[in-house]
Design a protein around this ligand. Structure first.
Ligand SMILES: Nc1ncnc2c1ncn2[C@@H]1O[C@H](COP(=O)(O)OP(=O)(O)OP(=O)(O)O)[C@@H](O)[C@H]1O
Ligand SMILES: [Mg+2]
Length: 316
């Protein structure tokens, strides 16, 4: 591997990560900040697993902003292959070059000699990350890796082991510098141990009540502390139940935004009913909530004892 991390360390301390992430509106708990610090310091990919909407993808985005470097994203899906992830030949450009050479009268024997060189490659995210020449290594986000096929996972394992790739027509291309790699998974299937072993693992859970209030106020500073507390308490209660899809932090933020747009200052059953589409996204889940008794849950959320101003959390 060329390059390396000889330049100033990306983050000086775990506390610095917490601060720089908070400055970007991301509230990282100590464990996450520690894993991030180690991932960056040791040059090991970070593997993030967790329920949908708990902030996995956002970490890579915030990391790139905090490090002031480029974010390169590879979105995984079923059927994703190495061509779409790594490189393709730029046929149009090759053809154009061929025509130009013909027009220039290049010797027949030499025509097209240079067509399979790096200049004629279309870089896809993995190659782009490997060949990035920025001041700092880029952040490479390999998002939702559980959606890709096992075959692709094996290929990924190879790339992440060596940070180099071999293109038959060119040879081996090494990384200019090792990218900061973040992989995410929603755990729709188990990702192989071999891939996980290459990485530092972190499970992102739903936040505690106090942390979610802090997150909500960081993302939506206009929200009143009182309403923020009621919304987060309602979400906390909801997540105690076994819904097909429990709401994540993304839903909390959306919902609070919707309530504010409707001028709701205090949670009530009618307002929850009207805005349920922000929280639950499956008809069966809606029905389940009605069966459980929406009014009772709202009353519970409004019970004293969950005053966010008493949590000691800064209002970010
Ligand atoms: N700790 C946090 N601090 C600030 N914002 C957060 C935090 N966690 C989540 N969010 C916000 O929640 C939203 C959802 O985050 P994100 O899209 O990263 O979730 P995800 O885990 O990748 O979800 P999915 O699995 O559906 O892709 C984003 O708007 C993000 O900013
Ligand atoms: Mg995501």
């Amino acid at each position: 591997m060329t390059g390396g991390r000889e330049e100033a360390p990306a983050f000086g301390s775990i506390g610095e990560i917490e601060q720089r992430f908070a400055a970007q509106g991301y509230i990282a708990d100590r464990m996450l900040a520690t894993t991030l610090f180690l991932s960056v310091s040791l040059g090991k990919p970070l593997f993030l697993e967790g329920e949908p909407g708990v902030g996995k993808t956002e970490i890579a985005k915030v990391m790139a902003r905090a490090l002031d470097t480029e974010l390169i994203r590879l979105q995984c899906y079923e059927g994703l292959d190495s061509n779409a992830a790594l490189y393709e030949w730029n046929y149009t450009r090759q053809l154009l070059e061929l025509r130009l050479q013909e027009a220039r009268g290049v010797d027949r024997a030499e025509i097209g000699d240079n067509l399979f060189s790096e200049a004629f490659l279309l870089q896809r995210p993995l190659l782009k990350a490997l060949r990035s020449e920025g001041r700092r290594p880029p952040v490479l986000l390999i998002d939702e890796v559980d959606r890709s096929d096992e075959e692709f996972e094996a290929f990924l394992l190879e790339v992440l082991s060596d940070f180099q790739i071999t293109i038959p027509e060119i040879g081996t291309l090494r990384a200019h510098h090792t990218p900061f790699v973040v992989l995410t998974s929603n755990r729709t299937r188990e990702v192989h141990d071999a891939l996980k072993r290459r990485c530092l693992y972190h499970w992102i859970d739903y936040p505690t009540f106090a942390r979610e209030v802090t997150i909500l106020r960081a993302r939506l500073p206009q929200v009143e502390l009182r309403l923020a507390g009621q919304v987060c308490r309602f979400m906390e209660l909801l997540r105690e139940h076994d819904f097909y899809k429990r709401p994540g932090i993304a839903e909390t933020i959306d919902w609070a935004r919707a309530l504010m747009a409707l001028g709701v200052a205090e949670l009530n059953a009618a307002a929850v009913d009207e805005t349920l589409g922000c929280i639950l996204k499956y008809r069966g889940d809606n029905e389940k909530l009605y069966q459980m008794g929406l009014t009772g849950l709202v009353e519970k959320a409004l019970m004293p004892g969950h005053d966010p101003s008493a949590t000691g959390q800064p209002a970010a």
